[in-house]
Design a protein around this ligand. Structure first.
Ligand code: 1GP
Length: 244
């Protein structure tokens, strides 16, 4: 399956939702159940990855188990971890554009790119931009966080990603953030951008999801919500807010 084509087709029908599964939070069997639920309620893709403490073993076991159990694409989300997974449907080639450390912008990527090329892995290039509070992801990625009211800086980085030829821009508030990226910032970035916009971090409710979508997010990522009690219903209401 060509994942990027699949995403494009989904985008023609409306918003796309991605469920992030962190392999350090549960055993592989439980991760499979979460992924199945996500697929059942209408999630379009699964990201496997986490902000810290993901061992190669947990990552590989979880990714393989999840892949076998669901039919929607499973992508590796390579943040905050030294572990890598190359045998999924695609590899999210993230460049953390506002990192102070060049390793997160292009250094780590340069060590992986020839392997990805030889293995003919589908690579999806993403300009990853960390917004306050950034949480653990921002800390690990040594991000020079963009203040929540600094729309111009967010626009500047988003356009940088576009002009560098990346396929997507990803505004990230951080895994477990108390609030999503501000709607005003999403709107301001979307107004200037010609490539699809991904937004993640702190989206827990249908109200959050609707706000982020209405502001202009094309693709919405949720993670933590699937780790909380009553996650099936919560996810279902997020999905119906996004797909309405
Ligand atoms: C993916 O970091 C997010 O972009 C996930 O964040 O866990 O807060 O949903 P949450």
């Amino acid at each position: 399956m060509i994942v990027q084509k699949y995403i494009e087709q989904k985008l023609e029908q409306g918003a796309v939702h991605i469920t992030l599964i962190d392999p350090s939070r549960q055993v592989p069997e439980a991760a499979c159940r979460l992924a199945e639920t996500a697929q059942d309620v209408g999630s379009d893709l699964i990201f496997v990855g986490g902000s810290s403490g993901v061992t190669q073993h947990a990552l590989t076991e979880t990714a393989e188990a999840v892949k076998q159990r669901i039919s929607i694409p499973v992508l590796f989300f390579p943040t905050g971890t030294e572990s890598v997974c190359l045998n999924l449907d695609a590899f999210l080639f993230l460049s953390l554009l506002n990192s102070r450390n060049a390793q997160f912008v292009s250094g780590t990527q340069s060590k992986l790119s020839s392997v990805l090329s030889r293995l003919e892995v589908e690579v999806i290039s993403v300009g990853y931009i960390m917004i306050e509070p950034g949480m653990k992801l921002g800390e690990i990625g040594e991000a020079d966080l963009i203040a929540r009211d600094n729309f111009w800086q967010a626009i500047g980085y988003a356009l940088t990603a576009q002009y560098m030829g990346m396929s997507y821009v990803y505004l990230e508030a951080g895994n477990g953030a108390a609030q999503p990226v501000p709607a005003g910032m999403i709107r301001a970035v979307k107004r200037e951008l010609q490539i699809p916009l991904i937004v993640g971090g702190g989206i827990r409710t249908a109200i959050d999801a609707r706000r982020v979508r209405q502001a202009g997010a094309d693709i919405v990522v949720t993670g933590t919500v699937i780790e909380t009690a009553g996650y099936r219903e919560r996810l279902r209401s997020i999905l119906s807010a996004l797909k309405e």
